[in-house]
Design a protein around this ligand. Structure first.
Ligand code: GLU
Ligand code: MG
Length: 464
């Protein structure tokens, strides 16, 4: 049944926005950036001056449905949604409206996409994620999720270079690198705190010029919103320091890439099902089923979570990217790493980390897909095989076969074929969105058909 947006809801939203506009104006805000993420994982935006925001909050901002057919390079893929006739409405989520500390004068809100007649747009990934979150709740479960953000910093001038050299030359996890980026990091952390983002950790990562930041868990839709906000803030503050940033899965062919790991836990009646259970490492049967549902669908999930051709230059063994379909306790080479936390805090902290995904993914589509897979696992009482407690790449083919550990797809085409025939995803997405996702992915594959690794990385580096 299609839920229509009622006239009263629109008036209430507009009235609420009126109050918020006053406060934002006092804080020096001039305009609101309303964002959504497209099929290819690019965050697209419409800006609304404060004077027009009340109306936009109630009745929406115009946006073409053709955005669903955009590739990461802005090409328009020939699909039914690429029809130039028609228009949608972006409805900013007033619960997330916030002044941007890293972009003085701007505020931000993530938007849902509705039709002009007040129906949810079937291609809106944020509404899809909300539906999956509600479906989980209808089954009696609540999920908490958090995206880890990794990025590489460059001096702005390197953007023009054929082979850009990252900034912050200090060693991986090194205090030297933190000192080199000290002022940038402090302004970034201050901006995120001012925007209500609860950062838990910040550190220099493994690759040259790479940094990482992790945030507190939230309900899934909120975690995807936060991923968008955090990346925008990282980029905006960097620009004020003469720095360019890349969140692309691979910024240098052969190097360690940027992951976009997703942590997720599920609770029932306020009890975290990833702790205090009678299964391995304290898992409950339900947490095992949820995780099993994800594990068994990883090849298809990669078409959502590792959706760019460049993703497969990151998703390599011995890169801590989780290139094998297996799970293990704190195993950084497993696609699913069980994280328990310390004794005494596990009821709060235990979760599973999906490592094989990166930030070319649309975070809303990704949380929707993970919830769909987890729900399918719960409904089918899925179980987990033996955990893997070493680098699966160090095993022989035969040992891996005995353990049931498979290499994940090594190219996007394999993942796309798996997605096309995975009912847990195609049913959740619906035929229109499924067809659009497949068409956009296949166009990206065709676009890079003759490209070598360096060319793919160069074409992707500054898109994310
Ligand atoms: N940069 C690695 C990746 O591509 C992850 C490193 C880590 O374990 O945090 O996923
Ligand atoms: Mg990391």
């Amino acid at each position: 049944m299609v839920v229509l947006m009622r006239q009263r809801d629109r008036s209430e939203r507009a009235a609420r926005a009126r109050g918020q506009v006053g406060r934002l104006a006092e804080a020096g805000v001039v305009a609101v950036a309303a964002t959504f993420v497209d099929t290819a994982g690019i965050t697209r935006v419409k800006g609304v001056p404060l004077g027009a925001f009340e109306r936009a909050a109630g009745w929406g901002v115009g946006a073409t449905p053709v955005f669903d057919a955009f590739g990461a390079d802005d090409s328009i893929v020939d699909t039914p949604v690429a029809n130039p006739a028609g228009d949608l409405r972006l409805l900013p989520d007033l619960d997330r409206l916030v002044a941007l500390a890293g972009q003085p004068g701007w505020a931000w809100a993530p938007a849902d996409r509705w039709t002009q007649d007040g129906e949810p747009h079937p291609g809106c990934s944020r509404l899809l994620a909300r539906r999956m979150q509600d479906r989980l709740a209808d089954s009696g479960y609540q999920a908490l999720a958090a995206f880890e953000v990794e990025w590489v910093v460059y001096p702005e001038a390197e953007r023009e270079a054929a082979e850009p050299v990252p900034g912050l030359p200090g060693p991986a996890y090194g205090m030297n690198r933190l000192i080199e980026g000290s002022d940038y990091a402090v302004e970034l952390l201050r901006a995120l705190a001012a925007q209500g983002v609860r950062v838990q950790q910040f550190h220099p990562e493994y690759a040259p010029g790479q940094l990482e930041l992790s945030v507190a868990p939230e309900p899934p839709v909120a975690s995807a919103d936060t991923a968008v906000l955090v990346r925008a803030t990282i980029r905006a503050v960097a620009a004020r320091h003469g720095l360019a940033v890349s969140f692309a899965p691979c910024v240098q062919a052969g190097g360690v890439g940027n992951g976009g790991h997703l942590h997720i836990s599920v609770s029932r009646d306020g009890h975290n099902l990833f702790s205090g259970g009678d299964r391995r490492f304290g898992l409950t049967a339900e947490a095992e089923s949820f995780t099993g549902g994800v594990l068994h669908r990883l090849p298809a999930l990669l078409a959502i979570g590792a959706p760019s051709v460049a993703s497969y230059q990151r998703l390599l063994p011995s890169h801590w990217a989780g290139a094998y379909a297996c799970w293990g306790l704190e195993n950084r080479e497993a696609a699913l790493r069980l994280v328990t936390g310390s004794a005494g805090e596990r009821a709060d902290t235990a979760n599973v980390e999906l490592k094989c995904v990166d930030q070319s993914a649309n975070p809303y589509l990704l949380v929707a897909a993970v919830l769909a897979a987890g729900l399918a696992g719960l409904e089918g009482h899925a179980t987990l095989p033996e955990p893997v407690q070493l680098n699966p790449d160090s095993l022989s083919e035969q040992q891996r076969a005995e353990l049931g550990v498979a290499r994940l797809p090594t190219a996007l085409a394999e993942a796309v074929d798996a997605l096309a025939t995975e009912p847990a995803f195609t049913d959740a997405f619906g035929p229109g969105l499924t067809e659009t996702i497949l068409a956009v992915r296949r166009a990206e594959i065709a676009g890079f058909a003759d490209a070598g690794p360096e060319e793919i990385v160069a074409a992707t580096r500054w898109r994310y």
